[in-house]
Design a protein around this ligand. Structure first.
Ligand SMILES: [Zn+2]
Length: 396
């Protein structure tokens, strides 16, 4: 029930899969590539919010049947609906490529006063995500939001949003109002719904890159300092008990025991540093836009590694394996080996990596090829001071 006692039906089934309410082959790499139709009958006066475009509402006596249809490929856990005594607040969004897309917020009457503000935030977030990931993926259908009494879910073209109290809460990032739930679930329109992993085993691609996009929001709203502060939070949140990729075919429960959100996001941060902004951001956008990786085609960790390796001209497999398939951290040992001389030892360095070393002369940017590196400094050097790597540092 909503706050006024009206029926409110909400479904979330990402982990259980849509098999909990309709027969389906429940695997991430199997989507109906001709879309889906939903015919949902409700008591008159209630509204069904669903994926794609509303084809018709047919009423008969005291009932109404809503026909929703999407023509896009769609994950089975996104083929669902929410029912409520919704008002629909609409506007039109023009995408980065100039297409006009309807926006619609299915909001409870009691919260309608918040609708325009939330649509403003949705427009702003779309512009930011389009900048990094390309045009909104479902431009022929809609940008939909349905209010629910939980934090929300990435239901394609009808993202759900809300919280248990029914109130919408925002924090400040720079001068901008921000809701991590509102942003994160929507970013899944690109990474999860458009770029979909082949198997649960590679779920870090969806969750890690979507979580990383939260830092990109902060970069836009509060500059590199805003971005960096998100990275500090992501780093702290890692438990590092299991690798992100534990095999090629694992079930959803295994996948979610790891740090697919925060370590996945932090890995993108490492990759940005190793590749530099130009190659990194261009390649990230390619991953989100190239037909090879999107819509009908699915991706795994090797696809992502091979794309970044190809575009950077570096063999990144050792780095991907190190951070995604093990729980190892880059070990850094700093030892004073002479007068104003230090030897930096990286016993498990997986490949040639760039590293910032802070000495009395300022930051030196070096490419570490060898496991041992000797540096002169009047003060004890600080390695990777800005924190681009997950690492452990010891000093002798
Ligand atoms: Zn997510």
């Amino acid at each position: 029930m909503d706050g006024k006692g009206n029926p409110w039906v909400v479904i979330n089934c990402q982990l259980e899969g849509a098999k909990v309410y309709f027969p389906c082959k429940d695997h991430p790499g199997d989507e109906p590539n001709e879309g889906a139709d939903l015919m949902i009958t409700v008591p008159k006066g209630l509204t069904v919010a669903g994926p794609g475009l509303l084809q018709s509402v047919k009423t008969k006596k005291s009932k109404a049947t809503f026909h929703w249809k999407t023509n896009y490929t769609i994950s089975n856990y996104c083929i669902l609906f929410n029912i409520g005594k919704y008002d629909i607040v609409k506007r039109t969004y023009q995408t980065i490529d100039g297409n006009n897309v309807p926006m619609a917020f299915y909001v409870l009457e009691e919260d309608k006063a918040m609708a325009e503000k939330i649509l403003d935030l949705r427009e702003r977030d779309t512009r930011i995500l389009e900048k990094y990931f390309g045009e909104y993926p479902w431009a022929k259908e809609k940008i939909g939001i349905a209010q629910v009494p939980n934090p929300g879910m990435e239901h394609q073209t009808m993202i759900t949003y809300g919280d248990a109290t029914g109130k919408f809460q925002f924090s400040k990032v720079g001068a901008e109002d921000y809701s991590a739930n509102l942003f994160h679930e929507f970013a899944h329109e690109w990474f999860a719904n458009k770029v979909t992993n082949k198997d649960w085993a590679h779920m870090w691609i969806q969750e890690g890159i979507t979580t990383y996009s939260e830092a990109l929001f902060c970069r836009e709203a509060a500059g590199e300092r805003g971005y960096d502060s998100m990275m500090v939070m992501f780093k702290k949140a890692n438990r590092n008990v299991k690798p992100l990729v534990q095999g090629d075919a694992v079930n959803s429960a295994d996948t979610y025991t790891g740090d697919i959100y925060t370590k996945g996001a932090f890995f993108m941060h490492t990759l940005r540093y190793v590749l530099g902004d130009e190659v990194f951001f261009k390649t990230l956008k390619q991953l989100a836009t190239d037909p090879q990786y999107t819509y009908d085609n699915f991706v795994n960790t090797d696809d992502v590694e091979q794309l970044f390796s190809k575009q950077s001209g570096k063999n990144l497999k050792p780095l991907f394996d190190f951070y995604l398939r093990t729980t190892s951290k880059l070990e850094i040992n700093i030892m004073q080996t002479g007068f104003q001389e230090y030897t930096i030892n990286l016993p498990n360095l997986p490949m040639t990596l760039p590293l910032d070393i802070l000495t009395d002369e300022g930051i030196q940017h070096v490419a570490l090829k060898e496991k041992f590196f000797v540096i002169k400094s009047q003060t004890a050097p600080v390695v990777d001071a800005k924190g681009y790597y997950l690492k452990t540092v010891t000093t002798d």
